[in-house]
Design a protein around this ligand. Structure first.
Ligand code: ZN
Length: 401
């Protein structure tokens, strides 16, 4: 297709219109976004609800496509409406311009993460409806806020409410990540996120002495143990080509502080670790290991979890999960190569899975530089349109399980 053909394509127009709404953190104003989505629902003749699970500033938009057997568990097509901030001077195109270049690249924040998926769902539903298709199960399109800052004002609370329970959800589609080769990534689980602050108490005194049990010695001991563990994970990644970052536990020292003056041995030093625990590592055992290291270091060390997400059961990827079978079989039939992975970061899927609902993370983007959260984020128009074709098959298959 040529640039002019892409520009005149109705689905590309809708996608670009969505991209031009600057739903960027912090303090996102979702007003225009909600208006846009209401117009989309009207054009598809789908009833729409706008909910506020936490406050008026964070709307959730839900569209309903009723199935032939609405008593069956439903299917959710989920996407988040917010995007991360931009460093505008690093962009060669306006980050909310949705410029389309001669190669068909559409530049905008959210073009990969994940406004593309939101309007691709809409496009697929439009096409299926035009073909006279009606799903067996009811399909809900959920557009949620706040995902990029933790989902505490969006999906986390949505899944706890009565409205959500009434949807009787059996399975959820959610976001994946672009892939730089021909293979599509398919995510069935996420690692468990911890933010751990360690406060080392110790003997205080003059910097000219060699006092026992200082905070610095204890910090040194525990940080070394954490770094040895980190090195073991680096080694695993290097030695096993079949695994990737989502399969190992990452440990990073992200903050360090304490002390009062250059020549005073301080009574307190602090460090913070960002830890993403692999689904294969036992959380309780790992925490005990860290506590043991603190005891070995001499004690008087406080462990404070500033974030301690619970373990979330991965979505089953075997014959016990009929939605998985339909999803995977559809991708196989389309001849698409897939790589089944654990998501390296955190998405709203963790709340959905925690509520006992199977969810798969998938963004139909391959052969594309991964630019989520990066400058000059773009998606090719051809990739976008191909993604609609993929969703047509996926939504039809999964909603007919
Ligand atoms: Zn995202």
């Amino acid at each position: 297709m040529s640039k002019a053909e892409w520009e005149n394509n109705e689905e590309i127009k809708i996608f670009r219109e969505y991209l031009r709404i600057p739903t960027m953190h912090p303090n996102v104003d979702y007003t225009a976004c909600v208006e846009f989505l209401k117009r989309q629902a009207a054009s598809l003749a789908l009833p729409v609800d706008v909910l506020y699970p936490v406050n008026e500033s964070n709307p959730v938009v839900v569209m309903k496509w009723e199935g032939k057997q609405p008593e069956l568990p439903s299917i959710i097509l989920n996407s988040h409406t917010d995007v991360v901030p931009v460093f505008e001077d690093k962009w060669t195109h306006g980050p909310f311009s949705a410029d389309l270049d001669d190669e068909g690249r559409i530049y905008a924040r959210g073009s990969q993460d994940m406004k593309c998926v939101g309007t691709q769902y809409l496009a697929a539903v439009r096409a299926l409806k035009a073909n006279g298709f009606q799903p067996k199960r009811t399909v809900y399109l959920t557009f949620v806020p706040d995902e990029e800052v933790g989902g505490h004002l969006g999906m986390r609370e949505l899944v706890k409410g009565d409205y959500f329970k009434k949807l009787n959800v059996g399975f959820s589609f959610d976001e994946g990540i672009a892939s730089e080769d021909e293979t599509y990534s398919l995510f069935y689980a996420e690692r468990t996120l911890w933010h751990l602050k360690l406060k080392f108490g110790g003997t205080a005194g003059h910097g000219s002495l060699l006092l026992p049990n200082t905070a610095g010695e204890k910090l040194n001991y525990v940080v070394n143990k954490m770094m040895e563990f980190r090195a073991s994970q680096v080694k695993r990644l290097e030695e096993d080509p079949t695994i990737d970052i989502g399969d190992v536990t990452t440990v990073n020292l992200t903050q360090a502080g304490g002390g009062v003056q250059n020549n005073v041995v301080p009574p307190l030093l602090e460090v913070v670790f960002d830890i993403r625990v692999a689904i294969t590592l036992d959380l309780a055992e790992f925490e005990k290991q860290i506590r043991d290291w603190c005891d070995e270091a001499g004690g008087d060390i406080e462990l404070k979890f500033e974030m301690k997400n619970p373990y979330v059961e991965p979505t089953k990827i075997d014959a016990s999960n009929p939605y998985w079978l339909a999803f995977k079989q559809t991708l196989d039939e389309l001849g698409l190569k897939t790589r089944v992975r654990v998501f390296p970061g955190a998405t709203d899927s963790r709340y959905v899975r925690h509520a006992g609902i199977p969810a798969l993370g998938f963004s139909p983007i391959n052969n594309t530089t991964i630019l989520l959260h990066d400058h000059d984020e773009y998606l090719r128009a051809s990739t976008y349109l191909h993604g609609i074709e993929i969703y047509k098959k996926l939504i039809a298959a999964v909603s007919n399980v």
